[in-house]
Design a protein. Sequence first.
Length: 225
Amino acid sequence: MIQLINVHKIYRQGATEIIALAGVSLEVGKGEFAVIMGPSGSGKSTLLHLIGGLDQPNRGDVLVDGRLISQLSDDQLTLFRRATVGFVFQFFNLLPTLSAVENVMLPLILDAQARSQAYSRAERILERVGLAERKNHLPEELSGGEIQRLAIARALAFNPSILLADEPTGNLDSKTGAQVLELIREVNRQQGCTVVMVTHDKEAAGFGDRVIQLKDGMTKKRRRS
Protein backbone atom coordinates (compact mmCIF):
# COMPACT_ATOMS: atom_id res chain seq x y z
CA MET A 1 0.00 0.00 0.00
CA ILE A 2 2.64 2.54 1.15
CA GLN A 3 6.37 2.20 0.50
CA LEU A 4 9.23 4.50 1.34
CA ILE A 5 12.57 3.46 -0.13
CA ASN A 6 15.74 5.13 1.20
CA VAL A 7 13.94 8.47 1.55
CA HIS A 8 15.97 11.59 2.38
CA LYS A 9 14.51 15.01 3.08
CA ILE A 10 16.69 18.05 3.69
CA TYR A 11 15.46 21.58 4.37
CA ARG A 12 17.72 24.58 3.85
CA GLN A 13 17.70 27.75 5.90
CA GLY A 14 20.26 30.00 4.31
CA ALA A 15 23.55 28.14 4.41
CA THR A 16 22.27 25.70 7.04
CA GLU A 17 20.98 22.23 6.14
CA ILE A 18 18.37 20.58 8.36
CA ILE A 19 18.15 16.84 7.83
CA ALA A 20 14.55 15.79 8.47
CA LEU A 21 14.82 12.24 7.08
CA ALA A 22 18.07 10.37 6.55
CA GLY A 23 17.38 7.26 4.49
CA VAL A 24 14.01 6.02 5.73
CA SER A 25 12.69 2.75 4.31
CA LEU A 26 9.39 1.28 5.47
CA GLU A 27 6.18 -0.34 4.29
CA VAL A 28 2.62 0.05 5.57
CA GLY A 29 0.21 -2.64 4.45
CA LYS A 30 -3.32 -2.10 3.18
CA GLY A 31 -5.73 -1.72 6.10
CA GLU A 32 -2.94 -1.38 8.67
CA PHE A 33 -3.00 1.14 11.51
CA ALA A 34 0.63 2.26 11.79
CA VAL A 35 1.82 4.69 14.47
CA ILE A 36 4.91 6.85 14.14
CA MET A 37 6.53 7.98 17.37
CA GLY A 38 9.61 10.05 18.07
CA PRO A 39 10.91 13.20 19.75
CA SER A 40 10.17 16.67 18.44
CA GLY A 41 12.13 17.35 15.26
CA SER A 42 12.60 13.67 14.43
CA GLY A 43 10.86 14.01 11.05
CA LYS A 44 7.44 12.57 11.92
CA SER A 45 5.34 15.25 10.24
CA THR A 46 7.70 15.37 7.27
CA LEU A 47 7.09 11.65 6.78
CA LEU A 48 3.33 12.20 6.68
CA HIS A 49 3.68 15.09 4.24
CA LEU A 50 5.71 12.93 1.87
CA ILE A 51 3.20 10.07 1.99
CA GLY A 52 0.36 12.50 1.37
CA GLY A 53 2.06 14.20 -1.57
CA LEU A 54 2.33 17.54 0.23
CA ASP A 55 6.11 17.50 -0.19
CA GLN A 56 8.72 15.63 -2.23
CA PRO A 57 11.89 13.85 -1.05
CA ASN A 58 15.35 15.03 -2.06
CA ARG A 59 16.31 11.40 -2.64
CA GLY A 60 14.54 8.09 -2.54
CA ASP A 61 11.08 6.96 -3.59
CA VAL A 62 7.60 7.22 -2.08
CA LEU A 63 5.07 4.82 -3.59
CA VAL A 64 1.36 4.53 -2.84
CA ASP A 65 -0.48 1.63 -4.48
CA GLY A 66 2.55 1.19 -6.71
CA ARG A 67 2.45 4.80 -7.94
CA LEU A 68 5.63 6.83 -7.62
CA ILE A 69 4.44 10.09 -6.07
CA SER A 70 7.32 12.16 -7.42
CA GLN A 71 6.31 11.30 -11.00
CA LEU A 72 2.75 12.61 -10.68
CA SER A 73 1.92 15.89 -12.37
CA ASP A 74 0.47 18.75 -10.34
CA ASP A 75 -3.04 17.84 -11.51
CA GLN A 76 -2.48 14.17 -10.70
CA LEU A 77 -1.14 15.09 -7.25
CA THR A 78 -4.22 17.22 -6.57
CA LEU A 79 -6.48 14.33 -7.56
CA PHE A 80 -4.40 11.90 -5.48
CA ARG A 81 -4.66 14.08 -2.36
CA ARG A 82 -8.38 14.62 -2.92
CA ALA A 83 -9.46 11.07 -3.71
CA THR A 84 -6.94 8.82 -1.97
CA VAL A 85 -5.74 10.60 1.18
CA GLY A 86 -7.58 12.15 4.11
CA PHE A 87 -5.61 14.48 6.40
CA VAL A 88 -6.29 15.10 10.10
CA PHE A 89 -4.13 17.82 11.62
CA GLN A 90 -3.47 18.73 15.27
CA PHE A 91 -4.78 22.26 14.75
CA PHE A 92 -7.86 21.12 12.79
CA ASN A 93 -7.57 23.60 9.84
CA LEU A 94 -11.32 24.14 9.74
CA LEU A 95 -12.89 27.30 8.32
CA PRO A 96 -14.29 29.22 11.32
CA THR A 97 -17.03 31.00 9.34
CA LEU A 98 -18.55 27.76 8.02
CA SER A 99 -20.86 25.46 9.95
CA ALA A 100 -19.92 21.84 10.61
CA VAL A 101 -21.86 20.56 7.62
CA GLU A 102 -20.45 23.30 5.39
CA ASN A 103 -16.88 22.43 6.40
CA VAL A 104 -17.47 18.83 5.31
CA MET A 105 -19.30 19.92 2.16
CA LEU A 106 -16.58 22.30 1.00
CA PRO A 107 -14.13 19.80 -0.56
CA LEU A 108 -17.04 18.07 -2.29
CA ILE A 109 -18.29 21.34 -3.77
CA LEU A 110 -14.76 22.22 -4.87
CA ASP A 111 -14.83 18.86 -6.68
CA ALA A 112 -17.84 20.20 -8.65
CA GLN A 113 -20.41 18.02 -6.89
CA ALA A 114 -23.96 19.35 -6.74
CA ARG A 115 -24.70 21.18 -3.52
CA SER A 116 -27.60 18.86 -2.65
CA GLN A 117 -25.41 15.80 -3.18
CA ALA A 118 -22.59 17.30 -1.12
CA TYR A 119 -25.00 18.19 1.68
CA SER A 120 -26.43 14.66 1.84
CA ARG A 121 -22.94 13.16 1.90
CA ALA A 122 -21.80 15.56 4.62
CA GLU A 123 -24.88 14.78 6.72
CA ARG A 124 -24.18 11.05 6.54
CA ILE A 125 -20.55 11.50 7.56
CA LEU A 126 -21.44 13.79 10.47
CA GLU A 127 -23.95 11.21 11.69
CA ARG A 128 -21.25 8.57 11.52
CA VAL A 129 -18.90 10.61 13.74
CA GLY A 130 -21.67 11.51 16.19
CA LEU A 131 -22.20 15.13 15.12
CA ALA A 132 -25.57 14.96 13.39
CA GLU A 133 -27.19 17.24 15.95
CA ARG A 134 -24.32 19.74 15.72
CA LYS A 135 -24.23 20.09 11.95
CA ASN A 136 -25.33 23.73 11.93
CA HIS A 137 -22.87 24.86 14.61
CA LEU A 138 -19.72 26.83 13.89
CA PRO A 139 -16.39 25.33 15.02
CA GLU A 140 -16.13 27.86 17.87
CA GLU A 141 -19.43 26.51 19.22
CA LEU A 142 -18.09 22.96 19.46
CA SER A 143 -15.99 21.29 22.16
CA GLY A 144 -12.40 20.23 21.46
CA GLY A 145 -13.44 16.63 20.90
CA GLU A 146 -16.27 17.66 18.61
CA ILE A 147 -13.92 19.85 16.57
CA GLN A 148 -11.52 16.95 16.09
CA ARG A 149 -14.38 14.64 15.11
CA LEU A 150 -15.44 17.30 12.61
CA ALA A 151 -11.90 17.37 11.22
CA ILE A 152 -12.06 13.58 10.82
CA ALA A 153 -15.46 13.88 9.12
CA ARG A 154 -14.00 16.35 6.61
CA ALA A 155 -11.07 14.00 5.99
CA LEU A 156 -13.55 11.22 5.18
CA ALA A 157 -15.48 13.31 2.64
CA PHE A 158 -14.12 11.33 -0.33
CA ASN A 159 -14.02 7.95 1.44
CA PRO A 160 -10.19 7.88 1.27
CA SER A 161 -8.22 4.65 1.31
CA ILE A 162 -5.52 6.34 3.47
CA LEU A 163 -5.98 8.48 6.58
CA LEU A 164 -2.97 10.50 7.76
CA ALA A 165 -3.30 11.88 11.29
CA ASP A 166 -0.74 14.29 12.76
CA GLU A 167 -1.00 14.43 16.58
CA PRO A 168 -4.82 14.15 16.43
CA THR A 169 -5.14 14.18 20.24
CA GLY A 170 -2.42 16.76 20.95
CA ASN A 171 -4.89 19.43 22.10
CA LEU A 172 -7.35 17.13 23.87
CA ASP A 173 -7.71 15.78 27.40
CA SER A 174 -7.11 12.05 27.87
CA LYS A 175 -10.79 11.03 27.90
CA THR A 176 -11.70 13.03 24.81
CA GLY A 177 -8.52 11.92 23.09
CA ALA A 178 -9.41 8.27 23.68
CA GLN A 179 -12.82 8.85 22.09
CA VAL A 180 -11.21 10.38 19.01
CA LEU A 181 -8.76 7.48 18.76
CA GLU A 182 -11.62 4.99 19.04
CA LEU A 183 -13.25 6.75 16.11
CA ILE A 184 -10.07 6.55 14.03
CA ARG A 185 -9.70 2.86 14.87
CA GLU A 186 -13.34 2.29 13.94
CA VAL A 187 -12.73 3.90 10.54
CA ASN A 188 -9.65 1.72 10.13
CA ARG A 189 -11.43 -1.52 10.96
CA GLN A 190 -14.87 -1.01 9.48
CA GLN A 191 -13.84 0.86 6.35
CA GLY A 192 -10.52 -0.92 5.80
CA CYS A 193 -8.85 2.48 5.67
CA THR A 194 -5.06 2.44 6.04
CA VAL A 195 -4.07 4.76 8.90
CA VAL A 196 -0.70 6.35 9.55
CA MET A 197 -0.74 8.39 12.75
CA VAL A 198 1.95 10.55 14.31
CA THR A 199 1.88 10.87 18.09
CA HIS A 200 4.18 11.39 21.06
CA ASP A 201 1.66 9.74 23.42
CA LYS A 202 2.36 6.09 24.34
CA GLU A 203 -1.28 5.49 25.27
CA ALA A 204 -2.40 6.83 21.89
CA ALA A 205 0.14 4.58 20.19
CA GLY A 206 -1.56 1.60 21.80
CA PHE A 207 -4.51 2.02 19.44
CA GLY A 208 -2.37 1.08 16.43
CA ASP A 209 -1.23 -2.27 15.05
CA ARG A 210 2.41 -1.30 14.84
CA VAL A 211 4.71 1.38 16.22
CA ILE A 212 7.49 2.85 14.09
CA GLN A 213 10.08 4.69 16.15
CA LEU A 214 11.66 7.67 14.42
CA LYS A 215 14.80 9.32 15.74
CA ASP A 216 17.31 11.58 14.00
CA GLY A 217 15.49 11.03 10.73
CA MET A 218 15.79 7.24 10.86
CA THR A 219 13.36 4.48 11.78
CA LYS A 220 13.31 1.63 14.21
CA LYS A 221 10.27 -0.62 13.94
CA ARG A 222 8.64 -2.76 16.61
CA ARG A 223 5.41 -4.68 16.86
CA ARG A 224 2.97 -4.19 19.69
CA SER A 225 3.30 -6.85 22.35
